[in-house]
Design a protein around this ligand. Structure first.
Ligand code: FAD
Ligand code: DLZ
Ligand code: SF4
Length: 511
């Protein structure tokens, strides 16, 4: 290989940050950036059509943006007849085209692609430098050091470290306002009379329209609709989306973070995760902008702390868990759950109004907010004993923000307890009562949320008790479940049988 060739810098589809680490210290005149639209990436699961369109359009816009900043960009389109379909195949072809002296790439966001990149040096007989992804606050070693020797890896303690490290919402060595966490103020159910901010939407330009046509033609069998496509696809648009959230939604984000309302998919959530995850927005900058809103008296502490915690706490923490647990994490199934994912996860067609709302909006917008993911589609799957691997694939497919490093720990660990409690201290099991408290869904549902058994009873109710009874050998000694297990024990034998029969009849109807 020539010593004097350019540096070949592959930029993966979730590395669309102008300051991505593989560019650090590189002179644009010495490098070729390689962006690749690939069958393997668009097809390793059946991604929602809008997710593919978002990523490809953002990639095309980013390529143009980098060209205007003086970089040479080699862009391989999905319908290029010579496209080999994989990162390795396209890097091989790019080596032929450019004769690079070396390859430099920022580490991938998933084990599958990481393993592929680690083979490049031997495969291509050319030096390959893999740079750490500096868009995260906590690198792999720092997370290891934090986790080492701890019996339990609780997010709350990790989050405090990140607060200290960034100085966000700190008053010297103490947390602003005297408390680290204001979650107790953040559990208001939504009121249908609330004024809801309209989400900012971006009209597709020529580039996006071409991508939408391509996706409609090539992926007709993938889930989801392109009809509501309104994502930001450039750095500037993502900044406008950020401003919209900070000005219009942040102040009420905390109060209504856990609320759900019929026909209101977005409430006061930021809708910024797709942009953070592909690199159109920087997480720390976003948190600093949110902090300013508190300092300027434009948003209360419970909202700003809650928002910042999601990003420097949860987001960093789940990434740490993903890399720490290794590629086998995806295979865990602590509760031996083996039921197939019901078809209605792909159609939204079910009489359970909470599920039809959460799934319907997911298929329309490739979006559901956290409590819908956790307490509606997640809790139902947990109670029904759905195979966590099938559920993991579903979440990876249907959300525009889904990449394995963030989706897998949330699904397998937090939502399904399939890692046996590494991430969550107890399973997020709940009856219909929780959904009724936090939403207006039950008042629109054909099922009766107050009824426990029988054909018209809310299925979550019998499933909840059945879940506890079914998993008593694995969960019976969990201290946080002591109360529900005591309540179960106190029930009359007849009631127990009726609940379990009701659950069984419902589960059989799913099969
Ligand atoms: P907001 O409610 O406005 O929150 C602000 C930001 O905080 C988000 O944009 C996100 O970057 C971050 N955040 C919040 N909660 C989490 C969390 N638990 N883990 C990581 N980051 C978080 N998030 C993803 O980005 N990708 C996924 O694939 C994903 N899969 C999930 C699967 C399940 C089963 C569950 C329960 C949660 C999942 N989440 C995932 C976390 C969370 O639901 C989404 O980040 C959030 O709903 C995105 O919408 P938003 O931008 O409006 O978030
Ligand atoms: C998710 C995705 C999709 C749908 N398509 C592409 C693509 O065509 N080209 C690309 O470079 N990246 C894509 N991605 C994102 C990658 O899957 C992601 O970069 C890897 O999973 C590594 O995190
Ligand atoms: Fe969901 Fe049950 Fe409420 Fe219907 S009654 S919306 S199934 S929780």
């Amino acid at each position: 290989m020539p010593d004097k060739g350019p540096i070949l810098i592959p930029i993966l589809g979730d590395q669309l940050s102008r300051g991505i680490s593989s560019l650090d210290g590189v002179d644009p005149d010495d490098a070729v950036l390689l962006l690749m639209e690939l069958d393997e990436e668009t097809g390793y699961v059946r991604h929602h059509k809008a997710k593919i369109a978002f990523i490809l359009s953002a990639m095309r816009h980013h390529a143009e943006d980098m060209r205007t900043r003086g970089w040479t960009v080699d862009y391989v389109k999905l319908d290029d007849p010579d496209n080999s379909g994989s990162f390795s195949g396209e890097v091989a072809r790019a080596i032929e085209r450019h004769g690079p002296s070396r390859i430099r790439v920022t580490e991938a966001g998933e084990w599958r692609v990481r393993a592929m990149i680690e083979k490049w040096e031997d495969k291509f007989e050319i030096p390959v430098e893999i740079c750490p992804d500096t868009r995260f606050l906590c690198d792999h070693k720092e997370f290891e050091d934090w986790a080492a020797g701890r019996k339990q890896l609780r997010m709350e303690y990790f989050y405090r470290e990140m607060r200290r490290k960034t100085g966000l919402l700190m008053d010297g060595d103490d947390p602003e306002g005297g408390k680290w966490n204001y979650d107790q103020d953040n559990r208001k159910p939504a009121d249908p009379d609330l004024f809801m901010p309209k989400p900012i939407s971006f009209r597709p330009d020529d580039t996006t329209r071409a991508v939408l046509d391509l996706v409609a033609e090539r992926f007709p069998d993938h889930p989801g609709s392109l009809d509501h496509f309104q994502f930001a696809v450039t750095h500037e648009e993502a900044l406008r989306a950020r401003r919209h959230f900070l000005d219009e939604c942040l102040a009420r984000f905390g109060d209504y973070q856990d609320a759900m309302l019929t026909g209101e998919p977005f409430l006061y959530h930021s809708l910024l995760s797709p942009y953070l995850n592909v690199g159109l927005l920087d997480p720390l900058d976003l948190c600093r902008e949110a902090e300013k809103k508190y300092v300027q008296g434009e948003a209360p502490l419970n909202a700003v702390e809650g928002f910042i915690r999601q990003i420097i706490g949860w987001r960093e923490y789940v990434r740490g868990i993903y890399w720490r647990e290794g590629p086998d994490y995806a295979a865990r199934n602590f509760l031996d759950a083996e039921r197939d994912l019901p078809d209605f996860y792909y159609s939204g067609e079910t009489d359970m109004h909470c599920l039809s709302q959460a799934i319907g909006q997911t298929l329309d917008h490739a979006y559901a907010h956290h409590i819908q993911r956790l307490m509606i589609t997640g809790t139902f799957a947990l109670l029904a004993g759905i195979d966590p691997r099938q559920l993991h694939i579903w979440y990876l497919e249907v959300y525009a923000d889904a990449y394995e490093w963030v989706e897998l720990p949330n699904t397998l660990g937090m939502s399904q307890f399939a890692d046996g409690g590494l991430l969550a201290s107890k399973p997020y099991a709940a009856s219909g009562n929780y959904i009724n408290k936090m939403s207006d869904y039950c008042s629109h549902c054909r099922y009766d949320v107050k009824a426990k058994t029988g054909a018209d009873a809310c299925p979550f109710n019998a499933l909840y008790w059945d879940f506890l009874a079914r998993n008593e050998d694995k969960l019976g000694d969990n201290r946080r479940l002591a109360m529900p297990y005591r309540t179960w024990e106190k029930k009359e034998k007849g009631e127990k049988i009726a609940l379990r029969n009701s659950a069984r009849a419902f589960l059989e109807s799913l099969d």
